[in-house]
Design a protein around this ligand. Structure first.
Ligand SMILES: [Ca+2]
Ligand SMILES: [Ca+2]
Ligand SMILES: [Ca+2]
Ligand SMILES: [Ca+2]
Length: 797
């Protein structure tokens, strides 16, 4: 029997129904299509979602039979790889469900088209007995509550026809394999001496590895023969070699096994003879020379925040390090001369690749210079994006803009001149393109008066104007884009601006793709004053494309406002799946709670409140981690509300952990440990007390935290070894970085967190403003779903 249907590109197609359940390609657009013959009976009982009450249904939609909702719920939860394919936004979902409900009431069978293969789409389709029917694609409605916005509709129809005597009709559903491009990482094998005779080895399970993958570990002494260390293939991604002879150099090798074959050389790691028993990899640094500012005051340098990216394309990470002059503004705005900010790149073995000098026209402040390092154009090597100015010097000594220009006002604050956005080659530090940063301080002049600055930004001395955020987001669901942002405060009496700009770097061209700007847009006034000292990125509406979580508001992937809470500025921000029993991601934010009840607030991905806590004082710090296995999901605590709260907003402990700062997956269980400065603690929920696991400031480490009261490490991220996070600290004298690697045993095997795109972009924004811990795009905590399916990604070559 022939089945006719229309591809979404408009091509009318005919296929034999024997092709049911097979993929066919559209000869015009190449899109993959799945023909599905429905099963006669639809089983609504096995989806496993027991709490449907939180799925928002617009009032205008028809009440649904409960079983239909149950069947369609998995779209909301599981179609990460697919959502972009079908371009089905979460915002459509209630209408799709509603439409399905109408059809179900009319006696029409509703089925799911299952993925044609891993990574492909699930699409809701409908069919009726014996007649043709249109696909269930609706105009795109508003999300149910007031924070949503109108969107242009994309009407796609897929028509089918079949013989009237055919009991079940074939339906075509467009399915496009689509997934996010991520780094092609190696195994990240690392060996850390645990004693004089034992070495703890760990390595990566990659994002697309089959669940069946196993590993073999080999050791070879210098000049000797290699031996296999494990008897049977290892499920784990770590191994304790307790036969280490530290008097010789050794090379370890990990080999991945799949389908019973050694199919891949997994990577190697060398420990020189007499390697000390220290739990870190040492990266020697090249300390910049001291300087003297125009005010006659001397300044020195210390190593500051770091990021990682694969700069040379060999599958391991290199480190980007920011050097902070001692006269930096830090997190304030003291109007003083600052020494130039320098950015270095180092390999993990300590080779310095380059140094970029941002020059005298960029004030040193944790709110101005943000490092974004990502492979934006997909050529296999990361680029670096930085805010630059006249006199910035690239990694090869080439000056950006006007050499010798000095835009500093008396006192030292830079309030004039052109600001640039420069893309640098990650391997050489060479500027690839420099363009005018947008927005500039003023749209019409590079030398605005204090009054003109106030009119726009909300003060006249450059404080609110100099609040920058930036991040990387998969705005189209596949490619990473750069997002820069300026302004997040309301004005002092007048002014106040929030501006978020998206860029692509592809084919050697930097291109602005959209700008969200409250200036000149009174309808966006509700977005002024909502930003935080940091930014997060998440696919809030589950359409496969990232949104920018800008503190108390969110910007959609296309640069339109998604929602604003109106709760104002905040100092901490966490976005992940914190309540695994509730569909979708959640946001945790804190606010300087004057005038409202949201000192701490836990909100749904669409911006609607789940709970708020009235603070007893200003809330300057707050965190969200799973630290209590007995309490499902995350726990929450802050500086302005007593105790620890669970996902329902119930206080589960009168005491709270001593630290309210960062977190780290360190000791091998699935809960997160608490990180503050140089120390790692574990929360003991029974004793309600912190338990120390690492003290990084003490002998023999002498580590130091960055940014005074912020007290953050250079970086916490899963950069090497198994899924657990590493801690990068600088030494107190900034002569070295120390990459601390956990050598504690773990029962769990997780895919490298860096292949989770949500986590990967969190590592990129970690250094922005007041550093925040990275989070995964799924619930990672006690009780999480295991084993993990492969991530919805594709590797860059
Ligand atoms: Ca590399
Ligand atoms: Ca999205
Ligand atoms: Ca918990
Ligand atoms: Ca790790």
């Amino acid at each position: 029997m022939n089945v006719q249907f229309t591809c979404s590109c408009g091509k009318r197609l005919t296929a034999d129904s024997r092709f049911a359940n097979k993929i066919v390609s559209c000869p015009v657009c190449g899109q993959h299509l799945t023909l599905k013959v429905a099963a006669k009976k639809t089983d609504f009982s096995s989806t496993g979602f027991d709490d449907l009450s939180r799925l928002k249904i617009p009032e205008s939609s028809v009440p649904l039979p409960r079983q239909v909702m149950r069947e369609t719920m998995p779209i909301y939860r599981r179609s990460a790889s697919v959502r972009s394919a079908s371009r089905m936004r979460l915002a459509w979902l209630p209408y799709v469900v509603g439409g399905a409900g109408v059809l179900a009431l009319l006696g029409i069978v509703v089925v799911m088209v299952r993925p044609a293969h891993r990574g492909l789409s699930e699409t809701v389709v409908s069919e009726r007995v014996g007649e043709s029917v249109g696909d269930l694609v609706m105009d795109r409605p508003h999300v149910a509550d007031s924070v949503s916005k109108p969107r242009a509709s994309r009407l796609k129809t897929t028509q089918t026809t079949a013989r009237a005597d055919e009991t079940f009709t074939a339906v075509a559903a467009p399915v496009t394999p689509i997934s996010r491009l991520v780094e092609k990482l190696d195994r990240g094998l690392v060996g850390i001496p645990k004693s004089g005779s034992s070495v703890f080895l760990s390595w990566r399970m990659l994002g697309l590895d089959p669940e069946e993958i196993r590993f073999n570990i080999y050791r070879r002494p210098s000049g000797g023969d290699e031996i296999k260390l494990n008897e049977s293939p290892l499920y784990a991604t770590s191994f304790l070699d307790d036969q280490w002879d530290s008097s010789h150099e050794h090379t370890w090798r990990v080999v991945a096994i799949s389908d019973g074959l050694d199919h891949e050389l997994g990577g190697s790691f060398i420990l020189p003879a007499k390697s000390p028993t220290l739990p870190y990899l040492k990266v020697p640094l090249q300390l910049p020379e001291d300087g003297t500012a125009p005010d006659g005051k001397e300044y020195t340098y210390s190593a500051n925040d770091a990021s990682v990216a694969d700069l040379d394309g060999d599958g391991d990470y290199e480190i980007l390090l920011r050097w902070e002059p001692s006269n930096s503004w830090g997190g304030g705005h003291p109007n003083r001369y600052t020494g130039p900010v320098l950015i270095d790149a180092y390999t993990l073995s300590g080779e310095r690749l380059w140094r970029i000098d941002l020059g005298i026209n960029i004030n040193a402040s944790s709110h101005i210079t943000q490092i974004n390092a990502f492979d934006f154009d997909g050529d296999g090597r990361a680029e670096i994006a930085l805010l630059t100015a006249d006199g910035s010097v690239d990694g090869r000594g080439k000056v950006i803009g006007e050499q010798g220009a000095d835009h500093r006002k008396a006192g030292g604050t830079v309030l004039s001149g052109t600001e640039y956005l420069t893309i640098f080659d990650g391997l050489t530090g060479t500027q690839l393109e420099t363009t005018q940063y947008v927005p500039q301080r003023h749209p019409d002049t590079t030398d605005p008066t204090p009054d003109e600055i106030w009119d726009i930004w909300g003060d006249n001395y450059g404080n609110r104007m100099n609040r920058f955020n930036s991040c990387v987001a998969y705005l189209d669901g596949v490619h990473p884009s750069l997002v820069t942002a300026r302004g997040y405060y309301g004005g002092r009496g007048r002014g106040g601006r929030t501006c978020v700009t998206a860029w692509t770097w592809r084919d050697g061209r930097l291109k602005k793709i959209w700008m969200f700007d409250t200036l000149g847009h009174p309808e966006l006034a509700g977005y002024i004053g909502q930003g935080n000292h940091q930014v997060s990125v998440a696919d809030l509406d589950a359409d496969g494309r990232d949104e920018i979580v800008y503190g108390g508001c969110a910007i959609d992937d296309d640069g339109t406002g998604l929602y604003t809470t109106g709760l104002g500025h905040g100092d901490a921000l966490h976005v992940t799946d914190m309540d695994p029993n509730r569909p979708g991601l959640e946001v945790f934010d804190i606010h300087e709670g004057r005038g409202h009840d949201a000192g701490m607030e836990f909100r749904a991905a669409d911006g609607s409140a789940i709970w708020k806590k009235l603070p007893h004082k200003d809330v300057g710090r707050g965190v969200a981690f799973d630290i209590d296995p007995a309490s499902p999901g995350f726990e929450f605590w802050s500086s302005g509300v007593k105790g620890i709260f669970n996902v329902h907003g119930e206080r589960i402990s009168e005491k709270r952990p001593r630290w309210i700062n960062m977190g780290i997956w360190w000791d091998g269980d699935l809960s997160r440990e608490i990180l503050d400065g140089t120390v790692i603690d574990k929360w003991d929920p029974v004793a309600e007390a912190n338990r120390r696991q690492l003290t990084g400031y003490q002998k023999p480490y002498f580590g130091s935290a960055n940014n005074s009261s912020k007290s953050n490490p250079c970086l916490v991220a899963d950069i090497i070894g198994d899924w657990r996070e590493e801690l990068i600290l600088r030494s107190q004298d900034s002569s070295r970085l120390m990459i601390f690697v956990s050598t504690l045993p773990t029962d769990h095997r997780l895919r490298t967190l860096m292949h989770d795109p949500h986590y990967r972009v969190s590592v990129d924004w970690q250094n922005v403003g007041y550093n925040q811990p990275p989070h995964t795009g799924f619930y990672l905590g006690t009780g999480m779903k295991l084993p993990q399916p492969p991530f919805a990604i594709q590797y860059l070559d």
